[in-house]
Structure formats: C-alpha cells, structure tokens
Design a binder for this molecule. Structure first.
Ligand code: SAM
Length: 262
C-alpha cells in the first residue's frame, strides 16, 4: 500500500491529537473511532467504515476489557509482542469480523498468541466477551487499519503467521483496487513475518481466490506450501467462519491458500 503522508500533520509527521477521534465512552476509555486520524491519510482502504449498533453486552465487554486486552492502532509506537503475549509466538488475524472463529482457534491452541485486528466495533466487543467467557489469555484485540499496524507498529520478522479469512471480496471491477491481497500488501506483510511463517488466506469468492493464487505464486517473498502449487486442502484448525457460512449457503466454493515466507 502506498503510505501517502497524512494531509495535516505535526512536525514529527503524526496526526495532531485534536484530529484523532475521541474514545467510545465519556470517561475516555474504549476503542477510538479513528485511532490513527486516518481520514487524513490519502490511501485506498480495504474496508468501508460501518456504523453498526453495539449491543449492551458488547458495550459492557468493551468498557471492562478494552483497557486489558484492547489496542488502538494509532501508528505512534512499535509494539513489543513478547511483552504483550508473554513470549508466545504471535499470529496476526486481519479482519476477524465477529471473532467466533478467532476465539475457537485461540482456545484450541493456547500456546499461540493471536493479535486480532478489525475496525468493526461490535465485533471487537463480541470477541472480548468470548475471550472472557472462555478464559482465553492469548488474544489481543486491535482496533483500526491492519496496514497501519503492519507498517508502523510491528517490527520486522515479528509474526509467526498471518491469517486473512474471507476478506471483503469487493466484487465490482472499479473496487478491485480495494482488495487486500495485492502485491504491495504482500511485500509489506512479508517483512513482518519470520522466515517459514505461513500466510493463510481463505475466500469463497472465486475470482478473488484466483487473484490471490496468482499474486502469491508470483511474489518472491512467498512459497506455496502445496508442493504442486494451487489451493490447499482446508486445514483442520480453521473453524467455519460467519462469512464462510453465508457463502456456503449461497453455494459458493471455498478455497484456502497457505504460503510460507521464503
Ligand atoms: C468479509 S469480513 C470477514 C470476517 C471474518 N473473517 C469472517 O470470515 O466471518 C472482512 C472483515 O475484514 C475487516 N477489514 C477489512 N480490511 C481491514 C483492514 N485493513 N484492517 C482491519 N480490518 C479490516 C472488515 O472490517 C470486516 O470485518
């Protein structure tokens, strides 16, 4: 992604505090609606800001648990993942939606930390609530644009894996530029992955699956874990996700792609 400079910045290049959104709760807690002041960065985004209702349960989870397990993507500091996850290997999940699959994977593998990122506030509350309900200690919820997280807040070779499950397909041709899985994104994500770490993508949108396979196969930073190339069998560890279920109901075929960092 081209990291164009913010339109209005301080001398250090940061967006002034007054332009960053206020937080969710009046006492200044909870996720920020615009943690990086990202209105001021000219870049095509892979998500559409959504105004969706937060339920009472989700708001309660956000209020109580955000200070413990939440993280605003403000682009202003580099994270210490060892400190955040007590030394566990850390996998980044981009676009966790409502977080049900994330919580299930975290429960199934407590020896891996999951840094789960999305812009969707109800989903953030939902995932925090699931983490508490299931006693999960290996999930952290990041609020904001995964590109800024990768570019500004993660050090090189920090990640033991990256998961992108059912990214927005942006089916209209004029929107294809919004798709996340593109050569520029792959070049960025590759720098943040450890050698051998796996980027796992899944989609039910056939033309996007084809695009993913093409750009991943062509990218020098990745090697297909499937020896003869092509799509991978669905790994047992990936639970059915909410979007996947909706796709399957429409008769869509799901493809998994597992590529290792070269
Ligand atoms: C189609 S949904 C899939 C959600 C979930 N993985 C599932 O399968 O049910 C894609 C999600 O990715 C999120 N998303 C898209 N681009 C993102 C970005 N750059 N940073 C963070 N989240 C993003 C959207 O907000 C949305 O919740």
């Amino acid at each position: 992604m081209s990291g164009a400079a913010p339109r209005s910045t301080t001398a250090s290049g940061a967006v002034p505090a007054s332009r960053r959104g206020s937080r969710m709760f009046p006492d200044g807690t909870g996720p920020s609606p615009d943690p990086a002041g990202s209105h001021f960065e000219r870049r095509i985004r892979s998500f559409q800001p959504r105004r969706s209702r937060v339920t009472t349960g989700q708001a309660d989870a956000l209020r109580r648990l955000w200070p413990l397990w939440g993280l605003d993507i403000d682009g202003r500091r580099v994270l210490d993942l060892d400190e955040m996850f007590g030394g566990l290997p850390v996998v980044l999940e981009i676009g966790f939606g409502m977080g049900e699959a994330t919580a299930r994977m975290a429960a199934a593998d407590p020896s891996t930390g999951i840094l789960a990122v999305d812009v969707h506030t109800p989903g953030q509350g939902n995932l925090l609530g699931l983490a508490e309900r299931d006693g999960l200690t290996n999930v952290r919820v990041a609020n904001g644009d995964a590109i800024i997280l990768l570019r500004e807040m993660l050090p090189p070779a920090a990640l033991a894996g990256v998961r992108v499950y059912f990214p927005d397909p942006w089916p209209k041709k004029r929107h294809h530029k919004r798709r996340l899985i593109q050569p520029e994104f792959l070049s960025l994500v590759a720098t943040r992955m450890k050698p051998g770490a796996v980027l796992h993508c899944a989609t039910d949108w056939e033309p996007y699956a084809e695009q993913m396979l093409e750009v991943l196969t062509a990218h020098p930073g990745f090697v297909n874990t499937v020896p003869d190339g092509g799509y991978a069998p669905r790994p047992d560890f990936r639970p059915l996700t909410r979007f996947e279920g909706q796709g399957l109901e429409k008769g869509h075929v799901v493809h998994d792609l597992l590529f290792a960092r070269a």
